[in-house]
Design a protein around this ligand. Structure first.
Ligand SMILES: C[S@@+](CC[C@H](N)C(=O)[O-])C[C@H]1O[C@@H](n2cnc3c(N)ncnc32)[C@H](O)[C@@H]1O
Length: 308
């Protein structure tokens, strides 16, 4: 590999702090194990939705195990969008938690415990003890959140359901937070979830989220992503003790499968985002740059929308 490319990869890799990396080294194989049992078939929704209808993968995924079982190995390579890519979270979350230290907080879907860890950090900043509820359509990320909660003495409630269709009482939450949920759901579902979030917020509550800008995930982008994952994996064998028992080939296949199936439904720009949040009171959007997944780097928006 060219030394300049190796250096660039090293910079990207070093973006992960040592505590998070140590935790991921422990939990990545657990998530892979849980995904084999907990990622089930769904009638609609979930990370497999796009690949079931459009994917070129011959073995069409029946569940989201290719996503949840691979997610944390890709986090070890800093190749998937996660809350630490966004600087605003601590400030945005702790500001609201200071105002409402016993807030009812909803994590509105999460790939693993990453968002819970970010919320936990904001709780420490604000010295707050909110009540935390986590919804996801799949049981694997909820299992990962329970694992994190047990390690850190946090009380959480987990609910496995489809956020687009399930029943939830209006005005239940002071704070709703989720990372890049808007770019995992199809365009026609975006207004549905934003309306739900608005209804679920108590007066004066806030939604905190992010949304990437870009175009479709093309075959060329997928191929580039898979190649980058393989190269980074070879440069950092030390971060994959899971690799020692001859599982190298298996993990590389996982990366290929993730690249074939993972799709972002990105936004064209700020106007489109602002239109979606019409029903909210004050809406703050701030453009930022993240390491990016298929497109490196990727522009994205940090969004704080308050319910009037
Ligand atoms: C919130 S998004 C993006 C992940 C994020 N960047 C992170 O670090 O947590 C991914 C999660 O959305 C969940 N999901 C997708 N569609 C859903 C739906 N309709 N209802 C509830 N959860 C859903 C998936 O199961 C997945 O765990």
């Amino acid at each position: 590999m060219h030394p300049l490319l190796a250096n660039a990869m090293m910079d990207r890799f070093d973006a992960l702090d040592s505590r998070t990396r140590a935790l991921l080294i422990r939990s990545a194989p657990l998530m892979e194990e849980w995904s084999a049992t907990f990622c089930g078939k769904k009638d609609a929704g979930g990370m497999e939705e796009w690949a079931k209808t459009h994917g070129e993968d011959e073995a069409q995924p029946e569940s989201c195990d290719w996503y949840h079982g691979t997610w944390q190995f890709l986090r070890l390579l800093n190749m998937v969008a996660v809350p630490p890519w966004y600087e605003f979270y601590n400030d945005a979350l702790s500001t609201l938690l200071r105002r409402r230290p016993r807030a009812d907080v909803l994590i509105s879907a999460a790939a693993d415990y990453g968002m819970l860890a970010t919320l936990h950090e904001a709780m420490r900043t604000a010295q707050a003890t909110p009540r935390i509820t986590i919804y996801d359509i799949c049981r694997t990320p909820l299992r990962a959140c329970s694992w994190y909660a047990d390690q850190h003495g946090l009380a959480i409630e987990c609910v496995c359901d489809n956020l687009l269709t399930c029943h939830m009482a209006p005005a239940s939450f002071d704070l709703i937070v989720t990372d890049e949920f808007l770019t995992v759901i199809k365009s026609e579902d975006k207004p549905v979830i934003v309306k739900r979030w608005r209804e679920l917020l108590k007066p004066g509550g806030a939604l905190v989220t992010t949304a990437m800008i870009g175009g479709p995930t093309t075959a060329a982008l997928r191929q580039g992503y898979a190649e980058r994952a393989r190269s980074l994996f070879e440069v950092h064998p030390d971060s994959f003790p899971h690799n020692t028992d001859g599982r190298r080939h298996h993990l590389l296949e996982r990366f290929d499968r993730f690249a074939s199936n993972h799709t972002r439904h990105m936004f064209a720009g700020e106007e489109e985002i602002l239109r979606l949040f019409d029903g909210f009171g004050k809406v703050l959007v701030e453009r930022t740059v993240t390491p990016g997944e298929c497109v490196t780097p990727t522009d994205s928006y940090q969004i704080v929308a308050e319910a009037s």
